[in-house]
Design a protein around this ligand. Sequence first.
Ligand SMILES: [Zn+2]
Ligand SMILES: [Zn+2]
Length: 383
Amino acid sequence: MEGNDQRAGRRMQIGEGRISGALSIVFGAISLGGVLCFLVPDLLTTPEFRAQYNIGVLRNILAACLFGAFGFALRSLIANSSKRAALVGALLGMLALSLNGAGIEGGVVNDSPVYISLDWLLLDLIAMALLFVPLELFLPKRQDQTKFHAEWRTDLAYFVMGHLLVQAVAVSTQAPVESLLSGIDLEGMRNFIAGLPYLAQVLLAVLAADLFQYGVHRAFHRIPFLWRFHAVHHSTRTMDWLAGSRMHFVDIFFTRMLVYLPLFALGFEGAVLYTYVGIISIQAVMNHTNTRLPYGPLERLLVSPRIHHWHHATTRDAYDKNFATHFPWIDRLLGTYHAPGKEWPKAVGLYGVTFPKGFVRQHIYPFCHNPGSVLPADKTSTR
Ligand SMILES: [Zn+2]
Ligand SMILES: [Zn+2]
């Protein structure tokens, strides 16, 4: 046990069985969640996605996850002196198997008005983990950083809740956007955009979204009442692929609403909007990832992890810089770019502020406290 205590909190090494133990739990949880999605699709899956699913492919993914849960459990049992993770992973896998595993029949769909997007959570977790875990494992920036740092559960809770409630946020932001746009004649502009090639539409959508995102992000930094909520995002002291999920729901609601505003106003077709959602989903995660993946000259065109890590830096010259998510030249043009040379910030987080820990406390805290204004006059004392 003593050896395990010493290993806790430090980066996991390949070969000691801890990575396989963690993977066994992740695959076991995804398998059980996947089976539940098949069992109660009405309450646990997203109607828009259901129509697109290829059930055969989903069953294969489920079978692969079950194989991963048991395979990594076995590997961890052999290599790790602590058997706990392997047993939890195997137990989750067995629960999924007891419900028929990948052979499970789909449940009845009655188009329930109330549901959570467990399907989106599981599929995006698989996709994001496949993309970003290898990057952090084999090409890390901070070599000694562990995935299982002091606040990884908090960030995972944000990832889970953000995905489960994605549809609730979309529905609640849609009505204000539609009422804002009602009465404005956008027909001519929409016809012009519909006539553009698909790639030009995607580029335009990302540019319009990033310009609005820049504006709303800057407002969240400059207006003290809004900063209370955005400070949650900046409270992370460990940048990794999950850290970007840490956003207060007030922040998510206003940011999404104002980013979707130009996208709906310009009337992009569904395929363009889905491509934009794919791009933002990947880049928002990538920007926070703990990776030294070299961008080279591409860093002038696209926001890299290094550029966004500077946005989270504790040093004063980096405050209120690098607001853009996609295009760093927006910050260059508007005088808010800061990413000297090839340097990385030494530390990230809220300087001199003790921020509460945990998903629930961090959601309540901004309503009662201001963790420090970012207005220039206040910069010497807070944040
Ligand atoms: Zn920010
Ligand atoms: Zn960020």
